[in-house]
Design a protein around this ligand. Structure first.
Ligand SMILES: [Cu+2]
Length: 354
């Protein structure tokens, strides 16, 4: 009953959004109509049903990019930071485990924040509440219904009201947990938008490689730094790597994984991000990091003798600094049609200015 109502509410909300989008699209269609169009036609267009407008809108959207220049070289996406790339110093306690820590790490992605919030504010109290209830019920039964306290036991076999309650209440609790859980899973597995930057991680025995197909196919080979070197660098031991996976911050990334030999798993706790790397298979998830920083993780699928020694270090940088890193690796800035040529121009121009 509750679900049906929720579904109807959701249906109405979607309908309302669709209608308002269609109404928004209608004036645009108007403007696009040839000036010579007779007034009666314009009136007809205004009267067009919401479905017509909605159907026409995507067609217009696909037609537009063909007419416009493919790439705007002044787009902030193509800016290059001056100077040279220097690996970022990690912030103590950010994106890494802390001594004595037993809770989740602080989160630096929206889905991570949502998941952590759900765990702290919702799941944990529900689990603790149910455990305490069952514990005290048991104590009560032991004290009240033992042979001494209750020598003549009741022969009651059925109690309809009680049975409805102890079936119905758990169902309600489970539905209450399922609704936000499914919403969160849906958010976590929303595919990256079409123009998102693609990065492909390959798990190898026992190191990671990161490929940037949109950036001239550059490849980064990432091995663990010896612990003493990591500590000297101010990085956590056995988590630091020689070459990090550098990514732009605040942008959707189409993150793909595969395995070169056995199954590995790419996992970064402070981003609430884990995805298996399976040989012969390409897994994909969207990754958006909210803040610049260095985020450490580890392979999380037992993959052989040195499984514990193939850490992950993700460095999230502002776009212009990411572009500088890409150019230093011999790559191109973004592989969108026309982008490499356009990107080459602002790059040298930006450097003398600095
Ligand atoms: Cu592994």
């Amino acid at each position: 009953m509750t679900i049906g109502k929720t579904a109807r509410h959701a249906g109405r909300a979607i309908q309302a959004i669709g209608m308002s989008l269609a109404l928004l699209a209608a004036p645009a269609l108007h403007a696009a109509a040839p000036a010579a169009a007779p007034a009666s036609e314009a009136a007809d267009a205004a009267a067009a049903t919401a479905t017509d407008a909605a159907a026409a809108a995507p067609a217009m959207a696909t037609a537009a990019p063909a007419a416009a220049p493919a790439v705007d070289p002044n787009d902030p996406k193509f800016k290059v930071a001056p100077g040279k790339y220097v690996p970022m110093k990690p912030t103590e306690g950010k994106g890494m485990p802390v001594p004595g820590g037993i809770m989740f790490q602080d989160q630096y992605s929206d889905t991570g924040k949502q998941a952590l919030h759900m765990h702290q504010v919702f799941l944990l109290p529900v689990i603790i509440g149910i455990s305490l209830l069952v514990f005290f019920l048991l104590l009560f039964v032991v004290a009240r219904f033992n042979r001494r306290a209750n020598p003549v036991p009741s022969k009651t076999a059925h109690n309809t009201a009680l049975e409805v309650a102890w079936t119905g209440i758990p169902i309600l609790i489970l539905v209450g947990i399922a609704v936000p859980s499914v919403a969160l899973i849906n958010k976590q597995y929303t595919p990256a938008p079409e123009k998102a930057l693609t990065i492909k991680a390959t798990g190898n025995q026992w190191y990671w490689t990161y490929k940037y197909p949109d950036n001239g196919d550059i490849e980064v080979i990432s091995n663990m730094l010896p612990p003493e070197k990591a500590i000297a660098n101010g990085e956590p031991a056995q988590l630091a790597v020689d070459n990090r996976m550098v990514v732009p911050v605040g942008e959707p990334i189409r993150f793909q994984t595969t395995g070169a030999d056995v199954i590995h798993s790419f996992a970064v706790p402070s981003l609430w991000f884990k995805i298996d790397a399976v040989p012969g298979k390409l897994n994909e998830r969207q990754l958006i990091i909210n803040e610049p920083g260095v985020y450490y993780g580890q392979c999380s699928e037992l993959c052989g003798a040195r499984h514990g020694y193939m850490p992950i270090a993700v460095e999230a940088l502002p776009r212009d600094e990411f572009n500088r890193w890409v150019l230093e690796q011999g790559g191109k800035i973004d592989g969108m049609p026309g982008a490499p040529a356009a990107a080459a121009a602002p790059a040298p121009a930006a450097k003398p200015a600095a």
